[in-house]
Design a protein around this ligand. Structure first.
Ligand SMILES: [Fe+2]
Length: 236
């Protein structure tokens, strides 16, 4: 459990084939919680809410892949929660609920006295996004500990993900802790400064290098759990 002055983030490492990290964000002032990318079992979120003394009042999605949304229906039928999703992702996903609330780059999503800025980071999917909190970046499948999301699934684009990672490296303060959507690294979370120093995808200097590494070389050469890598060790 992560606690800051304003909010609590309760984390659950799902022990399944996808190794998802599940997150519940709770605003301390109001006791309201947001289930971010609710997947696998609604009961995880219920027990996390009990742990953080929060009441679940919304769902925010970083993207629409199965392993990030497969508890959405169960949770919404139980609690009638509003569902927030990026505009481009809502267009991409063929199961976007008709009452989904759409957001765009730069929008602020608020829960009690806690707010998150939406950073749209396409590449893993056309409308993937990250949520920037005071001290944390909920990164979905855009950025993992020493890794990043794949780009070979429908709607994926390595050129777009290269630009999205460049933007995060430029714009996110170095002390922000990155909370990834999957448990693929040797640490649950590292700071943006550590990502810039040790993430091989951020070391790629051109979209062409990034594309070759993401689409071919990474999966041939990398072992999990991912460790930090120096720029000179990139197999390019
Ligand atoms: Fe994904």
């Amino acid at each position: 459990m992560i606690e800051t002055a304003k909010y609590i983030i309760t984390t659950f490492a799902h022990d399944g084939p996808y190794e998802n990290f599940l997150y519940l964000l709770t605003d301390k002032a109001s006791g309201q919680s947001v289930a971010i990318d609710p997947a696998w079992e609604a009961s995880f979120y219920e027990s996390m809410a009990v742990q953080s003394k929060g009441q679940i009042s919304a769902i925010w999605l970083t993207h629409s892949h199965f392993d990030h949304v497969n508890a959405v229906d169960e949770m919404r039928s139980k609690y009638e929660l509003p569902l927030y999703i990026g505009t481009a992702e809502a267009e991409f996903w063929d199961e976007t609920p008709s009452d989904a609330i759409l957001f765009n780059d730069g929008d602020k999503l608020t829960i009690g006295e806690t707010s998150a800025t939406v950073i749209v980071t396409p590449g893993h999917t056309p409308g993937s996004c990250c949520f920037l909190l005071d001290e944390h970046l909920i990164a979905g499948d855009t950025l993992f500990t020493w890794g990043c999301g794949r780009c070979d699934l429908p709607g994926g684009s390595p050129a777009q993900l290269f630009e999205s990672l460049a933007r995060l490296s430029r714009d996110i303060p170095g002390n922000i802790q990155v909370l990834p959507g999957h448990n693929y690294g040797d640490k649950d979370s590292v700071s943006m400064d550590e990502q810039i120093a040790g993430n091989p995808f951020i070391h790629c200097k051109t979209a062409e290098d990034f594309t070759r590494y993401r689409m071919v070389l990474h999966d041939q050469t990398r072992k999990s759990p991912y460790q930090p890598m120096r720029p000179e060790d990139l197999p390019l």
